[in-house]
Design a protein around this ligand. Structure first.
Ligand code: 0A1
Ligand code: ZN
Length: 875
């Protein structure tokens, strides 16, 4: 086998030839599809004399090739591996190729594929080369005209990007539609669809008074589940106008939903393709989390129209330019639509659960990676979520107005072109006058910095000093890193919890009650004057930087912050630190054979929070949710799977018993009558009710939970009860599973929840049940949602069962990766990263995981993406 090649940022060069126009004909038949592409090509003025024109092509059968109407003979072009080369073509020419492809057998879900009776495309990052020969790179931007033809009865709906300009009948019961996109775009934003789909329509009138047709194409049986997605789209369109002055630029916006999709959704120009999970919802079938997810992802894809499509990327190393920025935009949108603090907590939970471990593992990379073997492996939490944190820090340093000016300048300067992360930072700097030179290190240095804080109080001079030490850890290929520029949003709390004015030495008093300190060297101190009594510091408010904060705050101080901090996020974070310190302390006690006991102060603090008269119920629920076993493991040098499980269960059981009355009365108080409503307050109630139920299940009979399950009036309540029941070792558990399956067996998205509930269970025999479910008629390894729901959930979120000492959990994952290697390499690689943290475990488990990694690495015809993950893990 030839070693896969790595692509490096340092080798990037602008293209020698640009494709100005693309005229595409896709003729779809049951057992083959013909694609004819006519490319209007122009040589770049900077290209050297005799430069070659390179086109990418993967799994294409070349049927003919013509240059300016003349058929090329063998010697006039070469086709080696996946590259078609024209040596020294003219400065301006038209190249026409005809190829045959097989979407009907394409299980990779990239390029053109057939799923559940619909043909559709996925071109990001490098899928267009599976449709036709093309310089498949984002800095080649072209005008597209696309004609799709297919059988009229089986595929009445024919779509592509832009506006419909022609349609008609063809012989043999076929028909065609021609679409023209007035905006130039890179090939990764191309899309076409042929299927038998229902269409739900609405309109949006833009700020300047243009009417945009909104068209959602879904399976006929799902036509009643589009309302929330359509409303979310309208809200997104209005929000981008109000917040950033950005208006939609076509007269039509189409969304197509499919059950078979590798990711969440795709922002193809004017024709988004969505994983049905992020479109379809009604109260009986979707949870509050689903409703919120839909709003966020619909927003995300819509916001890409400006940050990604109008201003695009010059190469894939710049992916965070569009993704970090667009995630930041969708986070802000969701915050404005709902509760800002709750959204922030959810995002930080996600970052700590998936990005922090990535940054500490074998795949650690900067938000702008320097090399890749398989680009699909770099659609990561680092590029997306840490990328969004980097944008958020710029927002913090510049303030909302400075940031808005920066956005305006960025769009004005770069509209219609393919640019780099550096262009974004430069626009922010130029518009605001804020120097971001040291800040740029966030783009090039990987690893989560650790910031250690010490404090000193001098009662005599009324001075209070905070000292920050930062360390950016070594990561693969990067050692001895420089200190970063880190914003610390902070406040100081006085004895009664009131904020103390923050007057830095040399400043006029009184200073503000909250401020942002900027760290930029390895060691830095800040002294506040006029501090009469030793305060409690509240640091990194709202998680102002993606760092690990290390403080010596005592249990009493954390309880004080939980009760009094003006910053809701930090109240929650104080609770998380309390729980983590407590549980990890118990893990050490267990090791020493000491008995476990929960501090009465902590129990009292939990009680106070639970019954707080004014605190937002969603915040209460978040503050009373213990960190997951995975998160706790991350805080240990060597992860003690069993110790963490035992200690966490002990804390949960103790809180359940000690506060039984409290859980019960809050549970009752959160019950609602009336129809389901996905508004912020009702969601908060349901969240808290679900949490109470999970604590109550530890002290009440299974029948009590079964009752809750049976009386649920919406999917949020139903799934909360089902998930709790799934973990109970009682006959009610199986009964609930059977009833749920019986009720929902026709709804594939709801069945995903059924699979996940079982795979997350703490019951004995969970692994065996997961293995059995893989043979269930409703499980389909070709469907990524199913793989994620059953196997992904088990391996990522059920560490106690996955890391079983007999290695059977590891076998299940390795077998799945090997099976997926040929079916869907991109999902195979994603699943393979489930072993990435193997070096963090005890010797026995390390040995077991290493053996599975080696087994995968030795698999014949290993896909490049899987090779990249496992070879980096083993390095
Ligand atoms: N750009 C999309 C994400 C996406 C990436 C790759 C895909 O297929 C391999 C699909 C979607 C987004 O950020 O929403
Ligand atoms: Zn995106």
């Amino acid at each position: 086998m030839t070693e896969p090649v790595e692509t490096h940022l340092k080798d990037y060069k602008r293209p020698d030839f640009n494709v100005e126009t693309v005229e595409l004909h896709a003729d779809i038949f049951e057992t083959e599809t013909f694609v004819t592409a006519s490319l209007g090509v122009k040589k770049s003025p900077e290209a050297a004399d005799g430069a070659s024109f390179l086109l990418d092509g993967r799994e294409l059968e070349l049927l003919s090739i013509e240059l300016d109407g003349r058929t090329l003979t063998d010697g006039e072009y070469t086709l080696e591996g996946e590259v078609l080369t024209l040596q020294a073509p003219p400065d301006v020419f038209c190249l026409t190729t005809k190829v045959k492809i097989h979407p009907e057998t394409n299980t990779s879900l990239e390029g053109l594929y057939l799923a559940d009776g619909t043909f559709l495309t996925q071109c990001e990052a490098e899928g267009f080369r599976r449709i036709t020969f093309f310089p498949d790179r984002p800095d080649v931007m072209s005008s597209y005209r696309c004609t799709v033809s297919a059988d009229k009865e089986k595929y009445p709906v024919l779509l592509a990007n832009g506006n419909l300009v022609d349609e008609g009948e063809l012989p043999g019961g076929r028909h065609f539609a021609t679409w023209e996109d007035p905006h130039k775009k890179p090939s990764y934003l191309f899309a076409m669809v042929a299927g038998d789909l229902a269409c739900r329509e609405d309109t949006f009138t833009t700020a300047s008074g243009r009417e945009v047709a909104l068209k959602f194409h879904v399976d006929h049986q799902d036509a009643d589940k589009c309302g929330h997605a359509i409303e979310s789209l309208k809200k997104s369109m209005a929000w981008d106008e109000q917040t950033f002055g950005l208006e939609y630029d076509l007269d039509i916006y189409m969304v197509v939903a499919t059950h078979s999709f590798n990711a969440g959704a795709m922002e193809n120009k004017g024709l988004n393709v969505f994983n049905s999970k992020y479109v379809l919802a009604k109260p009986e079938t979707a949870t509050d989390t689903d409703f919120q997810g839909i709003e966020g992802v619909i927003g995300h894809e819509y916001f890409h129209n400006w940050t990604g499509n109008r201003v695009t990327l010059c190469n894939w190393f710049q992916l965070s330019l569009k993704e970090g920025l667009t995630v930041f935009r969708d986070q802000e949108f969701s915050s404005d639509m709902g509760s800002r603090a709750v959204k922030r907590i959810a995002d930080v939970r996600g970052l700590r659960a998936s990005q922090f471990p990535e940054d500490a593992g074998p795949m650690a990379h900067p938000i702008r990676p320097e090399s890749y073997i398989e680009m699909n492996n770099f659609y990561t939490a680092t590029v997306y979520n840490k990328g969004a944190e980097v944008i958020r820090m710029i927002h913090t340093f510049l303030g909302p107005e400075g940031f808005r000016k920066g956005m305006d300048l960025y769009v004005a300067r770069h509209d219609g072109s393919a640019v780099a992360c550096e262009d974004f930072v430069a626009a922010m700097e130029d518009a605001s006058g804020v120097d971001l030179s040291r800040f740029r290190l966030w783009y090039s240095q990987a690893g989560t910095p650790t910031v250690t804080v010490t404090r000193a109080f001098d009662a005599e001079t009324s001075r209070y000093t905070l000292t920050f030490t930062q360390k950016v850890p070594d990561t693969p290929g990067q050692a001895n890193k420089k200190a970063m520029q880190i914003p610390v949003r902070m406040g100081l709390l006085g004895g009664n919890g009131a904020p103390i004015p923050l007057t830095l030495e040399g400043e006029a008093s009184p200073g503000p009650l909250e401020r942002v300190l900027s760290l930029s060297s390895a060691l830095e101190s800040f002294t506040f004057t006029g501090v009469e009594k030793e305060p409690v510091p509240s640091l990194f408010r709202g998680f102002s930087a993606p760092v690990n904060q290390v403080t010596d705050l005592t249990e009493a101080e954390l309880i004080f912050l939980l009760a009094h901090d003006q910053d809701s996020f930090n109240r929650w974070d104080a609770a998380q630190q309390l729980y983590a310190n407590t549980i990890l302390g118990m893990v050490a006690d267990l090791e020493k054979g000491e008995p476990l006991a929960l501090s009465t102060d902590l129990v009292a603090a939990v009680q106070k929070t639970l019954t707080h008269p004014t605190l937002d119920k969603a915040l209460i629920a978040q503050a009373l949710t213990l960190p997951s076993e995975t998160e706790l493991g991350d805080r240990m040098a060597e992860i003690d799977v069993d110790g963490i499980h035992a200690a966490r269960e002990f804390v949960a059981d103790t809180l359940a018993v000690a506060l039984k009355e409290g859980w019960r009365s809050v549970y009752e108080a959160c019950k609602e009558d009336g129809p389901y409503c996905p508004d912020t307050q009702s969601m908060a109630k349901r969240r808290l009710k679900g949490l109470c139920l999970s604590y109550l299940s530890r002290v009440e009979s299974p029948a009590f939970v079964m009752d809750a399950f049976a009386s649920a009036a919406n999917m949020t309540d139903e799934l909360a009860a089902l998930t709790v029941l799934a973990g109970m070792d009682a006959p009610e558990s199986d009964e609930a599973m059977d009833r749920f399956y019986g009720a929902w067996k026709g709804d594939t998205l709801v069945l995903d929840k059924w699979f996940t509930a079982q795979s997350l269970s703490n019951r004995p025999g969970t692994l065996e049940r997961v293995a059995t479910l893989m043979d269930h008629p409703d499980f389909d390894i070709k469907n990524p949602n199913k793989v994620r729901a059953l196997i992904g959930a088990f391996c990522q979120a059920n560490p106690w069962h996955f890391h079983r000492l007999d290695g059977k959990g590891y076998d299940l994952l390795a077998d799945t990766v090997i099976a997926l290697n040929t079916i869907n390499p991109s999902i195979a690689a994603r699943m393979a990263s489930g072993f990435n943290r193997w070096k963090r475990y005890d010797e026995k488990r390390q040995g077991l995981m290493k053996a599975r990694l080696e087994r995968i690495k030795g698999t014949e015809n290993l896909a490049n993406g899987v090779f990249e993950i496992v070879s980096k893990a083993l390095a």
